[in-house]
Design a protein around this ligand. Sequence first.
Ligand SMILES: *Cc1c(COP(=O)(O)O)cnc(C)c1O
Length: 480
Amino acid sequence: MTTQPSTESTAFRSAIEVVRGVEPRIAEAIGAEVEDQRSSLKLIASENYASPATLLAMGNWFSDKYAEGTIGRRFYAGCKNVDTVESVAAEHARELFGARHAYVQPHSGIDANLVAFWAVLAARVESPALERAGARQVNDLSEDDWAALRRDLGNQRMLGMSLDAGGHLTHGFRPNISGKMFEQRSYGTDPATGLLDYAAVRAAAREFRPLILIAGYSAYPRLVNFATMREIADEVGATLMVDMAHFAGLVAGKVLTGDFDPVPHAQIVTTTTHKSLRGPRGGMVLCDDSLADQVDRGCPMVLGGPLPHVMAAKAVALAEARQPAFRDYARQVVENAHALAEGLSRRGGTLVTGGTDNHLALIDVSGYGLTGRQAEAALLDAGIVTNRNAIPRDPNGAWYTSGIRVGTPALTTRGVDTDGMDEVADLIHTVLSATTPGTAKNGKPSKAAYTLADGVAEQVRARSADLLAKHPLYPSVDLG
Ligand SMILES: *Cc1c(COP(=O)(O)O)cnc(C)c1O
C-alpha cells in the first residue's frame, strides 16, 4: 500500500527534480546536505533548522526584484508586493520584540551592525559640516563639507566585550571594518568567576567615554543585565547598542525578560535571524524613534538591494516565533543547555563560569589535556559537530584555543529533551576522555595532532544515531 507523500515532501521533491534537470550535481548536493544534517549531532551554538515554510518562502520570484529604498519609497517601480512582504515582516518583528521600529533588510548580522553603526554616527556625531549643511542628509553636503564630515566621523570610540570573553569581531576588532571605523576598547569578565564585571565596564566607560557602548556576545554562557548596561551608557553619554544575534530566540520566546531583554533598554538592537530565532539566513535592526530615519537609510548607505525572498522568509519565521509553541521551544533550549552543562560537569568536565544560563556552554578542554583544535577534530570524527572557541585569557590563542562551544538551539528543534542532552554530555565526555594529544612529524608536541582511541568514534556514532533516530529532523519531509 502506498501513502500519499505530504505536501512538504512533494514541494521539496519537485524542487530538487527541477534543479536536477539543469545541474544534477547541485540537486545531489542539496540531497546530501539534508542527509548530513539529519545524521549529525549538531551542537554549533549559532546554527538551527528553519521550518519547511521558512525554507520554501525563499525559493520564488521575489528573488528577481530590485527594491532599493524603504516601504512605499522605492528607487524602483513595481515594488507593491515587496512592500507587502517587508511590511508584514517588520510588523511581526515590532510586535514580537515590542520594538518601536524594525528594519528587516540587512542581509546578515554583520550588515545589520554596519547599518546600526552608521545610524548612530550620523545621528550622534556633532559635526560642523552636518550643521553647515543644515540637514542630516549626507547627499546635501558639498565636497568640502563631505571631507570635513569624514574627518569628524573618524576617531569615534566603541566599548565592547573582548573577543576571548565571548564578544564578536564586529564589535570593534581589527579583522572587521568596525575595528577600522572605531577606536576600540574592551571590557571582559572577572578572572575569579568568569562573569561579566559591571564595575569594570563602568570604570572603562568613564575613562574611555565611548560613543557606542555595545553589549552582546557569541560565546558568553550567562545573562547580561541590559538595564545596568544602559545606566552605564547614560552616565557617560554613550548610545547603548545590543547585538542579540545569538540569543534573539530567547528574547522572542520570553525567556529573557525584564533587565535581560535588550529591547526596552537599548537605543538600538541588531540581530541575525538564522541562529536561535530559527529563521532564514539574514539580519535585522530594531530601534527607538530617534534612530529610525537613519536606520532606514541602510540601503543604499551600507546595503545593496534588499533580498525580498529572504524578507518573505523572515516574515514567515517571525510569524512562527509569535506562536505559543515558540515560547516552549525557547524555554526548552535553555533547560537543555542546563542539562548538557550539568551532565558535562558531573562527568568531570570543566565549564567556563561553571555552567550556563542561556543556550550555550563553553567547555574548557584543557582539563582533558587537549587544545580546542584537537577536541573539535576528535568530536567531529565521532560525528559530533561543535566549534573550538577561545576561553577568557586563553593560553592557546584564538586559532588553537582551549575551548569547545556547544549550544542547544538545533537539537532542541529536533525535539531532544533534557534526558537526551545528558546522553549527549556522555558522548562528548566519552570522546574527549579517549583523545590524547599527538606529536608533529618532527616528534615535537603539536596543538593540532591527536589520537582518538580505537573503536570510540564508531561506538559514539552508533549511540548518537540511536538518539537522533528518536528525534527525526524534518519528519514531514520524505525525499523518497
Ligand atoms: C553571528 C554573529 C554576527 C554575524 O552574523 P552574520 O549573519 O554571520 O553576519 C554578529 N554578531 C554576533 C554577536 C554574532 O554572534
